[in-house]
Write a protein that binds this ligand. Structure first.
Ligand code: BG6
Length: 277
């Protein structure tokens, strides 16, 4: 299958989820015909560049990387469709994607691994179940992982994000200075790039599409990254329109401020549930 071919989960009632096999990037999630995810009009689908928007899969590195591309290789490699979309007894639709090590991945990160990514589309929810397995008999590896979700919003300045009060955060817009969040809800009015640490399992974003709320629930993802490039940094990206920044907010569940350390023969599991409220 070509790197940029897509897989569609169709639950009926115009509720669908589309996954591009390039990076297993979720490029669309429609609930009753309403798109929930932002994908830039300038996004490139060449099977090489990471797709600008939707939900890129960040692994095994978050941020810049000495041995390979920013945010790792998972978002720029072709994934396998392990299980074609199947309707469950509940009416929900499930599909499973996977990657394992190749010559290309070992050239940057010389470990055997197997990564499976199960998506389940429910009426108003999208579930993500992830497992990383270390098949080695003697080598331990460590990694970062993050779901780089771009939510579509009418105006980011009107969104409020709950669940961050009291958390420490690394502010990447201020050379990585560490602060503590005082606000009960976080609002965004400028370039924002923060790694919040030890966040609770749930966040709610207000004023997403159709004036609704989005609930994010996460398990085994201790960190939450909040990102919006704002006008100046939007201009720095060739695959992002200069005027698109008000229409997106990235709220990213991850394990990034400390690595996951995976012993030989063991697995790491994490999950996320997105729910339109
Ligand atoms: C965020 C990072 O998760 O991703 C930002 O915190 C980064 O620093 C952003 O700019 C987008 O990264 P990329 O590689 O997709 O342009």
């Amino acid at each position: 299958m070509a790197a940029t071919s897509v897989v569609v989960l169709d639950r009926g009632n115009n509720t669908t989820c589309t996954i591009n096999l390039h990076g297993a990037t979720v490029v669309s999630w429609r609930v009753n015909n309403q798109e929930q995810l932002f994908v830039s009009k300038q996004a490139v689908f060449d099977g090489k560049k990471a797709i600008r928007g939707g939900i890129p899969f960040v692994f095994p590195q978050f941020g810049s990387w000495t041995y390979g591309p920013q945010h790792g290789f998972a978002r720029i490699v072709p994934w396998n469709l392990e299980k074609t979309p199947e309707r469950l007894a509940s009416g929900d639709v499930e599909a499973v994607f996977s990657i394992m090590d190749t010559d290309f991945t070992r050239s940057m990160w010389n470990f055997q691994f197997r990564l499976t990514y199960r998506l389940i589309l429910r009426e108003k929810e999208l579930h993500f179940n992830i497992a990383v397995y270390n098949p080695s008999k003697d080598l331990t590896f460590s990694f970062n992982m993050l779901l780089h979700t771009y939510f579509k919003v009418p105006d980011v300045r009107r969104c409020q994000i709950t669940g961050l009060q009291g958390c420490t955060f690394i502010d990447k817009t201020r050379d990585g200075a560490v602060y503590q969040e005082a606000r009960d809800v976080v609002t965004i009015n400028e370039w924002t790039d923060r790694v919040y640490q030890n966040t609770p399992q749930e966040h709610i974003i207000t004023n997403v599409v159709s004036g609704r709320k989005m609930r994010i629930q996460k398990y085994n993802f201790p960190d939450t990254v909040i990102w919006n490039p704002w006008v100046d940094h939007a201009k720095d990206m060739s695959d992002f329109g200069d005027d698109e920044y008000p229409n997106m907010v990235c709220v990213e569940a991850g394990h990034v401020s400390s690595p996951v350390i995976l012993l030989p023969g063991t697995a790491f599991e994490a999950s996320q549930i997105l729910q339109v409220m």
